[in-house]
Design a protein around this ligand. Sequence first.
Ligand SMILES: O=C(O)CCC(=O)C(=O)O
Ligand SMILES: [Fe+2]
Length: 406
Amino acid sequence: MNSVLSKSPVYKTHNCAQFLHVPAGSLSPSPSNRRITCLKMSCSSVFPTLRTVTISYSELKDTNADLSMKIEQGFGPNGLGILSVTDVPGYSSLRENLLHLAPRLASLPEEVKKDLEDHHSRYNFGWSHGKEKLESGKPDMLKGSFYANPVLDVPTAETYLIERYPSYCGSNIWPDTALPELEVAFKGLGKLILDVGLMVAFHCDQYAVSKGMKVHVDEGLEQILLRSRCHKGRLLYYFPPQKSNHMQDGDSMSSWCGWHTDHGSLTGLTCGIFTRDGTVIPCPDSAAGLYIRTRNDQIVKVYILDHDIPVVFGENEIAYQIGETTEILSRGFLCATPHCVRAPNGEEASGVERSTFALFMQPDWDEKLNFPKEVHMHREVIPSNGVLTFGEYSEKLLDKYYHLKA
Ligand SMILES: O=C(O)CCC(=O)C(=O)O
Ligand SMILES: [Fe+2]
């Protein structure tokens, strides 16, 4: 395996931040009706900041609550593209437990991390560092990722499926000896974000119905996600400036994570933590963090007002974004969210690391996707009958972007 690894080309993956760049014309020109304020950033540029739409956990779990307005403000054609869920029981400690393990994982000896790599899945299971590409085409050394399915350690035992869809059908790889806490912490947070995400999906379906869309009882977002074996968590660790090259690209908006839309259905995101030598610190550069491009082509930094102090969305909130597959299947009622992550700049940014977690909720590899006649994304991979399984669709996208087979 090592000899294969040493010769292996650099891959980009579907979950990777740099995988899909947003075509300029793909965003709706309609004006956003969200309240916009401006924040002066340390780099002397001014970016509008918007408060995320928030839904409390108790509202969300009430299946009789009409949350259509909030779903529309968050995910609809004029929405911001992100909403966050507050007051989720047990969330804060699960988040802290897992995010603190990211710097520890990243600082394990290289040979230990090598054993956690999975070339066959194009590094979509286990440890991945320097296997994905930056916008410049150079290997992405800025961050390390650890991928696992938080629900199923072995999604299938069928060899032909593992060969056909290695990025979904492979098995989890846990650092049982080097970092045994990781498995429990990863699964705990991943499953909670999934459970809350299913509730978000229920209300997305209700919204689509309220807009007159015919959603067959088995074909709504909630049911598609409920029966999927393809959910994938990604623990992200952004290396501090001196250990990476990002100072070279430091002035660009997407210096830590390029502009992209996620490929699956719904992504759950934690608010990242910033650390120096493993100790939590406030982020030294208010311009650093998650950015979103709105439907009217405005770039905004995502804030919520926490005790009236603007901070990157609340550390006790789970943010959700729409992925491309949902935009396609909902015929545009729910829109994918272009986003990127900016690294901190300046003297004080030295030694600053960022850790966060994303859960990519996506349809099962066997799920038949009926594409509409008019699609503005990846038209060339969709056959004339408009039907592909999610597994086929994902593999075609990997081939399209990378021309590389594992
Ligand atoms: O680091 C973040 O906050 C976002 C990461 C992300 O967008 C991704 O992994 O797709
Ligand atoms: Fe993303």
